[in-house]
Structure formats: C-alpha cells, structure tokens
Design a protein around this ligand. Sequence first.
Ligand code: GLN
Length: 545
Amino acid sequence: MSSAKYIFVTGGVTSSLGKGIISASLGKLLQSRGYSVTIQKLDPYLNIDPGTLNPYEHGECYVTDDGAETDLDLGHYERFLDITTSQLNNVTTGRIYHTVITKEREGAFLGKTVQVVPHITDEIKRNFQLLDENGQYDIIITEIGGCVGDIESLPFLEAVRQFRWEMPPNDTLVIHLTLVPFLKAAGELKTKPTQHSVKMLSEAGIQPDILVCRSEHPLTPDIRKKVALFCNVNVNSVIESIDADSIYDVPLLMKKEKLDERVLAKLKLPQKNEPDLESWKIFLGKLKNPTREITVGVVGKYVELPDAYKSIAEAFVHAGVENECKVKVKWIHSEHITEENIGSALAGLDGVLVAPGFGKRGIEGKITAIKYVRENNIPFFGICLGMQCAVIEFGRNVLGIKDATSSEIDKDSPNPVIDMMESQKKVTQKGGTMRLGAYTCEIAKGTKAYTIYGKTKISERHRHRYEFNNKYLDKYTKSGMIASGINPDGNLVEIIELKDHPFFIGVQFHPELKSRALRPHPLFVKFVKASIEYSIKKNELKLTQ
Ligand code: GLN
C-alpha cells in the first residue's frame, strides 16, 4: 500500500520557467535528507509520447531503461537524483485517453457515457499513484506540464483538485512556479502576473501552498509580503528563485530559501537530518573553478535548438567536472559542412562528437567531418547515427567501397554497411517501435572500450532502427576498425573503435542518457580526457614552431 506524500508542481505566467529544474532540485534536497523520492512529469499534449515529435518541437527525446520515449525533464530528474526513471514517470494526455478509450472498447464502462470527468480524471489520478504500487517512496513529486490557464491542462488540474480533496490534509501539497518580472521603466519588480496566475489556479479549485517566484532580481521583504497577502500564502512560503549561473546551483539556492523545510513542515514529515550535500558542493566547486579549458565540436542537424541535445550537453558538464576542465561546446550544423570548408569548420577544436539523428539531411556533412578527424588524429566520439556515419566513412575512404551507405539513406543501395535490423523490417507503426531501452553489451578485453569501462558487461540505452551490417565485419576488422562491443543476444555491433587513432570510438547506444552529475559517464570522461591531451599536444607543437 502506498503511504507516499504527493507534491504537485504547477506553473503559471509563462512556460520555460524551469519547473523541471525546481522539481529536480526539491527532489534532490528531500532525497539528501534521507527520503526516498521520485519525480513524474505529466504532459498535456495528445501524442502518446514525445517519440514522434521533431526535436525542434520538443527538444530531446529521453529514453529510459524500460524503453519509454519520454520528456527531457526526466533527464534532469535522473541527473540530479541519480535515480532510474521508467514509463510511469512520464504520462501524456494522449496516453491517458488511449487507455480510457481502449478500456471503453473492451467494455469496461458498459452502459455508461465516458467523459472527461470522471473517466479521464480518474485515469490521471490512477497515474499519480502507479509509481508507488510497491510502497517504496516517501514522496512523489508530480510536475504538471504547460501553464495554468491552458485549455489542455484543465483535466490535470481537476485531477489534482479531486486528489487533494480525497487525500488526508497533510498528504498533498501544491507548489506553483511563477514569474515576478522586473519592469525597467518602473524600476520595480511586479507581482501582478503572479497574482493573476494564482487566481487562475484558484478558479480551478486549487490554492497553492508554496509559491516559487522566478525572478531576475532578489525579492525584497515587501515584495514577498505583497505576494503572500494577495496570493493567500504564508510569507515564508514565498520562495525566491533567482536566475542562476548553472542549473546545478539551484538545489543550494532552494535550500537557502528553505524550500525543503517548508515542504516537510507542510507535509508534517520530520525534518530528519540537514541535507547531505557535500559531494554536490564539491561538484559545484570544481564546476566553477576549472583548471583548464577545451572546446569540443558537436556536429548535428538540430543545433539551432541546444535542447535537442540536452543530455549530451549535460554529459559534457559532468565529464568536464571530473577532469577539472571547462568543456566549451561549439555546435556545428552538419548541413553547413563541405569538403571545402571542413578545415575551417573544425578549426581550433580539441575533439569532435557526431550526434545522433534521423534521416538523410546533414549526413554527408557528418561523414566529411569524420574523415577529417580520423585523418588528423583528432579525438572522435560518434553516438548512434554518429557511429553509423563513422562506419560509412571508413567503408568509403579506407575500404574503398565508394558507394557504402546506410539503407536509411538509400534503401536500394548495393552496399548498405549500415542496414535495417531484421526485427525492424516488418514494423509499420512509427511510435514506440524502434529498438528502445537498455540492452546488454559485451566488451572485448584488450580494447579501448574495455580500458574505459573497466569491465566486460555493460548495459546502455538504445533508440534506433538500423545497425552495423555484419556481412562487412571481417573486412572492417582486417583494416583496423574493430567491433569492441557486441550485444550477445542479437550479435549486434554496439561499439566500434579504431586501433591506430588516439581516440576514435562510435557507439550504437546513447551513453549521454546515463551520465549523472555525480556519476559521469566513463565514455564522456575519457573523450574529454583525450581532448585535453590533444589540446596540450597541439599547444606544445605551436610553441616549438
Ligand atoms: N537513424 C538511425 C537509426 O535509426 C540512428 C538513430 C539515432 O541516432 N538515435 O538507426
């Protein structure tokens, strides 16, 4: 039986105020006081999951161990709390409706009219609680996507209202994240947008317990009092959330504002110990005081929107801290790369990562970039499509298979060195049908991959339909590109590496999804290390010239 307490995080005034980071930071604080915490995101759109959304629409699609394609906020939850999330941690309106409509077809509601209230709201409430079926959590934080006032958020707010009414008084809590803007012309912070958004929330029957006010300037005592008075909360429940240098500062800023203390008091939970944030502070110390700096290039086709590669960007932060090095990322559009400009496109970089992706667009630029870094001994790291491009490049330029390609680019190619997986050939539906989630990979001893991981059995997350075509494996191995990691069940190549290169590794999986602030991913750590070494060598060479 679940005895968990439930915290709901809503947002108002505008989107992008950082509900995900606030939820993750609060989760971190409660967890570091000794509570068992998980975080859930409810998204009000009609897609069953974000897997079918273009990254420009919704940023990165974050994949969990159990193969769910989810919202990128789950990445923050995992990175901050070092927890493993699952399908249950991300629910969309589409999924809720799909379940209800499927049940209706099965006759579960025979004789009844199926309605938003109670059927949809009941299904939402069921999803609040599904995470804690085994009663393992003390606290569940549920972030409601979108803004108060959006038509599509209404059933979620109604479900929260009902759930609060049904539960004992101190078992639920609502935190509302809002904006307190600074009006330059008036020289003042303005509370009216917050007042309006709380009013709108009250119209849905929800009185927030705590207000987290995002602001570019500190909240004065007067402003706090005004917000408290007009929004009907205690003054000490008005929490300032000032713009931070790094998202990793936010747990400490929230602690300073006593958000965790307020939450525990309202939920009538013991304060337990002061949060143990020692290792987090060490992480932050290193983040802010790097001893050196490098620049890595990320070649991808969604670079206009860095959220499309959120986990890669964060994995570089973690790996940089581990190496006490600031990793600057230069985002390079693969469509802008040509044979002619490649030297200048990659000039000054200490390492190059070729990003995941789908479809034809930008592929040739990626291949050109890989040829350049392979020939110039620049550290290379290819992820998913990045690895596939490395295989194509090697096929064309080293093995002499001039028309080597992926059947994703040319389905009739005579030389598909990357080919569609057998299991994918009969798949017709798009959503949730790729090879998704965690699979084991066996690493061969004596390889770079083995030195990096220090073990032979690993598990990593996947999201792809195409794979290395084993028909060509012998040829590749003989010429120095080896398959250092293999999935034992399907005999699929998961890691490739070059013998005669300082760092040239491609992985079919997504290591970025498993990098956590305090547990950086070894592949990123070692890629950054190799890039530092390359940068040192490059500078030594300059000095002797
Ligand atoms: N488009 C490629 C595939 O489906 C790579 C996918 C990816 O990079 N995530 O296999």
